[in-house]
Design a protein around this ligand. Structure first.
Ligand code: DAH
Length: 347
């Protein structure tokens, strides 16, 4: 019976061991479980020792042994919970989920691109495709093939930048150049729009710049009439400026169209009542247009006895300035972030 005090001593010792067992990670916790609560663990051995305890103390022993077992189980549960919490924080590495997110500075589209894309989409819906041409052009595509020979007075309408060493090379002054390039290379039916940058030797001011953007349109097929032109332009104006928009065509002159017209839209700001934008006329000028001059068709290799067509051209800056009420064209080229950021929401 000399074992008795030993067994009870041993139990006390076990209690202390459990209490002071140190755990840093999940592997340690598992070690703890096996050592104390495993099928060959210390507590199993302890329970087995009951057979050596005299009957009158078995009850006392049993209660004490159960207390040890419970202590071990509680410690294991607490360890697991603690490890879980640490682990979650360590993998996510987010100290405070309620903190405002770090903003990622995203760029926006330039207002000219926004409007250009809108114009492209409108014409794509009725079967036009985009065609592009070079900004450095030759005299033929910019003038001569557009019915504007060397001595033609309408050359004065546009102050062109020429290359000093070779005056037959220039910076295109209009996207009408692309009309010629497409007609030279494609057979009708032709239905294209061509957006792009153009250059003119203008004094820079709030209203004029030496570089700006245009969109050209060209439609050639058999039996294309002025009525087709007008209907296309009404559709375009209403898509871009609203379904309550009216248009008016005023006779005009361009060397490459006959007859030619300029198109006004009813002022979308004052709805025709008169305001600063429309200079109290109720109308705003938007684009130039007309029926392609037969001489232009023939020069590009399209039989003017068989085909007719219409063309139009507009300035993207002008339309953007009207649409967003921007009063200085220079803002488009200064890249001032305070200006550009105002168009972030537009697309
Ligand atoms: N190219 C002309 C300009 O820059 C605009 C224009 C007018 C284009 C009439 C056309 C057109 O295609 O038919 O002023």
């Amino acid at each position: 019976m000399s074992q008795q005090p030993d067994v009870f001593n041993h139990m006390q010792h076990l209690m202390l061991e459990i209490e002071h067992f140190e755990v840093a990670n999940a592997a340690d916790a598992e070690k703890f479980r096996i050592e104390f609560l495993g099928s060959k663990g210390k507590i199993k051995n302890l329970m087995a020792a009951i057979k050596d305890v005299p009957n009158e103390r078995k009850r006392e022993f049993g209660q004490a042994a159960n207390a040890v077992k419970q202590a071990a189980e509680e410690k294991l549960a607490a360890l697991k919970q603690q490890l879980e919490q640490n682990g979650a924080a360590a993998t996510l590495d987010i100290p405070d989920l309620t903190r405002p997110a770090i903003t990622i500075p995203l760029g926006g589209r330039h207002p000219l691109s926004v409007v250009k894309n809108e114009i492209i989409r409108i014409f794509e819906r009725i079967g036009f495709t985009v065609a592009e041409g070079p900004e450095i052009e030759d005299d033929w595509h910019n003038f001569t093939a557009l019915n504007t020979p060397d001595d033609h007075p309408s050359r004065d309408m546009q102050d062109t930048f020429y290359i000093q060493t070779n005056p037959s090379i220039l910076l295109r002054s209009q996207t009408s150049t692309v009309q010629v390039r497409v007609m030279e290379n494609q057979k009708p039916p032709i239905r294209i729009i061509s957006p792009g940058r153009v250059y003119r030797n203008e004094t820079i001011s709030a209203r004029a710049h030496c570089q700006f953007h245009q969109v050209e349109g060209l439609y050639i097929d058999e039996n294309v009439s002025f009525a087709d032109l007008k209907q296309t332009l009404i559709y375009f104006a209403r898509e871009l400026f609203g379904q309550d928009t009216s248009i008016r065509l005023r006779p005009s002159y361009f060397p490459f169209t006959e007859p030619s017209a300029e198109m006004d839209i009813s002022c979308f700001i004052c709805k025709g009542n008169g305001c600063n934008i429309c200079k109290h006329s109720g109308w705003v000028e938007i684009l130039g247009c007309g029926m392609v001059d037969p001489a232009v068709l023939d020069m590009s290799g399209i039989d003017s006895r068989k085909y007719t067509g219409f063309a139009f051209g507009m300035g993207i800056e002008r339309i953007t300035m009207l649409k967003y009420q921007i009063n200085d064209i220079r803002l488009f080229f200064e890249n001032d972030i305070r200006f550009l950021q105002q168009f972030k929401a537009a697309w």
